[in-house]
Design a protein around this ligand. Structure first.
Ligand SMILES: C[S@@+](CC[C@H](N)C(=O)[O-])C[C@H]1O[C@@H](n2cnc3c(N)ncnc32)[C@H](O)[C@@H]1O
Length: 398
């Protein structure tokens, strides 16, 4: 067996023992949403406009127990979803999960990311969350996925960051030392790990980090094992992350947690430093942000295969003739206090609410503004807040 095969076997064993994530199975669609799994919201975030098609093909690459897969099916009612994973145990749970909540538009394959070319056709959206960093060769993995991404398609990726996982890596090594020959026995590893935490002094750095950041989720052995016993983990920093992204041959569209990557929240009180930062490239600015805020334990972002048609709403005419509709990812509507796609509270004026109520996918922005006293910049703000999706005039069927 090659090293790479041995690692894949060890990874599959981990998830066969502790299928992840361990969320309970429900007899109905899961509550709420994650906008990154909603094609309309994700596409709008990446391009500033509504996608032309909703009959799309989605690949959940490394689906685990299918928590994301189930959302992908329910949140995209016209999509066909394909889900693959290396662990037969995790796949079994994923199938049951989808069956129970009637997420039927999905097929599962026991397949490695490396072999994804065996699947027929291309995909418009590829979701690969928490997987690439567990491959012995993540570059081969991302390249294999990139080949299956359709032109104009989007890929959402989540990989670990080294700065915020420093204590985790130390604990992983400590457990491995104490396990010795028993390494690979994941139940033994959980016991050893829990005993270490119970024995360390309260003010110990590893204990403090575990308590303040991770302990809630780590009550479940599946999560504890996923964090502290992983046989294969590669953590990234901004520089190595962009090596991975560049190797994919795809376009980097942006982080899907943009608030974290805003330098203003760190240096906003020092305009002279903000001015200096204007000379930095995007990548240098991201690096600066993570150096100044090293809690970053993961990177989540969208890549795309060109051509990605990005909308430009700076011209009034284009905006006035566009057709707006409400984003599917807002909660509490209609009310003057709603949650946006990211579950942030947005307060709406009476006119804001009036405008949004008229966003029925038929009227243009100009039509609505005839009866609602708002200016175009407020409409642009709705876009920024992802409260509306816009279809450019020339693409609208009517
Ligand atoms: C941390 S779990 C993430 C599960 C899911 N994507 C989620 O976010 O809920 C990682 C999953 O990746 C799978 N995996 C690891 N290496 C893989 C590979 N080479 N091909 C396919 N799946 C793989 C594991 O079996 C495991 O189920």
């Amino acid at each position: 067996m090659s090293d790479s095969q041995a690692i894949s076997t060890a990874v599959a064993n981990l998830y066969n023992t502790y299928p992840f994530p361990p969320e309970p199975l429900l007899d109905e669609p899961p509550p709420g949403y994650n906008w990154r799994w909603n094609w309309l919201a994700a596409y709008n975030f990446c391009t500033g406009r509504k996608p032309a098609r909703q009959k799309i093909r989605i690949l959940d690459a490394g689906c685990g127990t299918g928590v994301g897969t189930e959302y992908l099916v329910h949140l995209n009612p016209e999509a066909i979803v394909v889900a693959i994973d290396l662990s037969a145990g995790a796949l079994e749970v994923a199938k049951q999960r989808c069956q129970r909540s009637q997420a039927y538009r999905v097929e599962f394959h026991h397949l490695s990311l490396y072999d994804v070319e065996q699947l027929a056709g291309e995909f418009d959206l590829i979701n690969c969350v928490g997987v690439l960093h567990h491959l012995p060769d993540p570059i081969a993995g991302i390249r294999a996925l990139a080949k299956k991404l359709a032109p104009g398609g989007l890929m959402h990726i989540f990989v670990y960051g080294e700065l915020g996982r420093w204590e985790i890596r130390l604990m992983q090594q400590a457990i491995a030392l104490l396990q010795g020959e028993k390494r690979g026995d994941y139940r033994d590893g959980v016991q050893v790990g829990r005993k270490i935490f119970a024995s360390l002094p309260e003010n110990n750095r590893l204990v403090k980090r575990e308590k303040e950041r991770w302990s809630l989720e780590n009550q479940r052995d599946e999560c504890f094992a996923d964090m502290y016993l992983h046989p294969q983990e590669i953590d990234y920093n901004i520089e190595t992350l962009f090596e991975l992204i560049d190797a994919s041959g795809l376009e980097f569209i942006g982080f899907s947690n943009p608030a974290f990557w805003d330098l203003h929240r760190l240096l906003g009180k020092a305009p002279e430093l903000m001015k200096r930062a204007e000379n930095l490239s995007d990548r240098q600015r991201y690096r600066l942000i993570e150096l100044l805020d090293p809690q970053v334990s993961h990177y989540e972002f969208f890549l795309g295969r060109p051509p990605i048609a990005k909308a430009d709403w700076s011209e009034d005419k284009a905006l006035l003739t566009a057709i707006p509709e409400l984003s599917p990812c807002i909660d509490g509507f209609p009310s003057q206090c709603v949650f946006n796609y990211d579950y942030q509270i947005v307060h709406l004026s009476a006119s804001d609410l009036d405008f949004l109520k008229k966003c029925n996918g038929q009227l243009t922005v100009a039509d609505i503004l005839k009866n609602v006293p708002l200016d175009l910049n407020q409409v642009r703000k709705f876009l920024q807040q992802q409260l509306i999706l816009l279809t450019p005039a020339q693409l609208h069927p009517s």
